[in-house]
Design a protein. Structure first.
Length: 457
């Protein structure tokens, strides 16, 4: 799996799910396989820094399978306290033979043995002395991302953010409010997840603790809950869909937000879930069926070109554009993404995002609400996209263009759950009413979301 991610651009979560579905591993070993996969990807920059100091030739000069074998062994030695270093070394040597690269067994044995003896004395550059080296070699950021974050946030804040993104994401679920309320779900889950607690911000959210697979839990199988990060839940809280409304989700797959909207509007409403990929759209339909949400419909379309019309004249009451993005904010759960995103991705994606927003505005009813969200921290994909969209409703001389004006929703009009001040917790909304969550501040995925309103005609 590591080789497929590094060389073929495979998505780690999909590759892992496919391999585990074919595996007869016991639950404990499935958990270990997951930890080794995600951990090796998460800390690849740090592992490469260490391996470079115990190898006689550059890591990049080795064939891909040998390179991934060494990273996997190094991760166990440096980060897995419960795996003895000698076992990690011997298993890596055995794996070299089993994986068809037995010629590298001696190299692996020598390098990993040396690493097991010396890694504690090979610290990365200190933040105070070499901020860039610390972020790249110590906290495993791609160099171009480290440079951006140092310029935008300064060394201390950039390091805190990078460190938080190297931690496993909390497992968070959302109650299906059409079948159970959050408190009742929490009481049920505590029988199987004794450390479960209510989320700090999301009113339907429960944060799980301890071992166990929520996707195999009876509450999930029977449609009483959905796995969804707390910040993702807050995007729907910002949209604030009301019972009976018709809502368009322009980039819906895999469907957590679409089903959350459907649970809020109830069976008298309608959610139209759009995605350009049929296979991903099938995930939305499958989840809606599991949750008993017959009022979720799906349609395959390229949202940069067209979006479906509302069932009633005038347009959709609410539209959600959870746009495709560079995904910096979700690296805790998608650690392979940091090695996949190219430096020019934010600028390229901004063009796609703006194109989708134009289509969304064209389908929004006068007086309607549009929420734009991303799980990235790149300003080109966040503030710059919204500034460009709003500028299109005005002429160069400051006069308004034809048609209703699109504007930011007033902070005072947003849900109280988002505007509430919590002692010791950074606010979710800034002075302009923009929702920002950060892993090192809110222990949730990094999200940007803004609510826009189209004035009445």
């Amino acid at each position: 799996m590591l080789e497929r991610v590094a060389e073929a651009g495979a998505y780690a979560d999909l590759a892992l799910r496919a391999e585990l579905s074919r595996s007869a591993l016991a639950p404990r070993d499935r958990a270990l396989a997951t930890e080794l996969t995600y951990g090796t990807l998460r800390w690849r920059g740090r592992l490469d820094f260490l391996l470079a100091q115990v190898l006689a030739r550059p890591l990049a000069a080795l064939e891909p399978r040998v390179r991934e074998l060494l990273r996997l062994g190094a991760y166990q030695i440096v980060f897995c306290d419960r795996i003895p270093a000698a076992v990690a070394v011997s298993e890596s040597v055995r794996l070299a033979h089993a994986a068809g690269v037995g010629r590298a067994a001696g190299l692996a044995n020598a390098a990993l043995r040396r690493l097991s003896r010396e890694h504690a004395s090979l610290p990365p550059p200190a933040l105070a002395d070499d901020p860039l080296g610390h972020l790249v070699d110590g906290l495993s950021l791609p160099p171009w991302v480290a440079e951006r974050w140092l310029a935008a946030h300064g060394p201390a804040e950039a390091a805190a953010l990078a460190a938080a993104l190297n931690q496993p994401a909390p497992r968070t679920v959302r109650a299906n409010r059409l079948r159970i309320d959050r408190d009742a779900l929490l009481a049920e889950l505590r029988e199987r997840f004794p450390d479960a607690t209510a989320c700090r911000f999301a009113p339907d959210g429960v944060r799980l603790g301890g071992p166990g697979d929520p996707a195999r839990d009876p509450a999930f199988v029977e449609g009483r809950m959905t796995v969804q990060d707390e910040a993702s839940q807050l995007v729907v809280e910002l949209l604030d869909p009301q019972p009976g409304e018709s809502v368009l989700d322009a980039c819906a797959a895999p469907g957590a937000k679409a089903t959350a909207i459907a649970e809020r509007i109830g069976p008298e409403g309608l959610v139209m879930a759009v995605d350009r990929h049929e296979r991903r759209l099938a995930l939305v339909a499958r989840d809606a069926a599991r949750l008993g949400l017959a009022h979720v419909r799906t349609t395959c379309a390229d949202a940069t070109r067209t979006l479906p019309e509302a069932p009633a004249p005038g347009g959709w009451a609410r539209v959600l554009v959870d746009a495709p993005c560079s995904g910096f904010g979700a690296w805790r759960r998608n650690p392979d993404a940091r090695w996949r995103v190219a430096p020019d991705a934010p600028a390229r994606l901004a063009e796609v995002q703006l194109a989708i927003l134009r289509q969304a505005v064209a389908r929004l009813a006068p007086g309607g609400t549009l929420v734009y969200s991303t799980c990235t921290l790149a300003p080109e994909e966040n503030e710059a996209v919204i500034d460009a969209l709003l500028a299109e409703t005005r002429l160069d001389d400051g006069r308004r263009s034809e048609g209703p004006e699109l504007r930011l929703a007033a902070r005072a009009s947003l849900p109280a759950s988002l505007t509430a001040e919590r002692p010791g917790v950074p606010p979710l909304l800034d002075a302009q009413g923009v929702l920002r969550t950060l892993p090192h501040r809110h222990d949730a995925d990094g999200f940007f979301a803004v609510r826009l309103e189209l004035e009445q005609a």
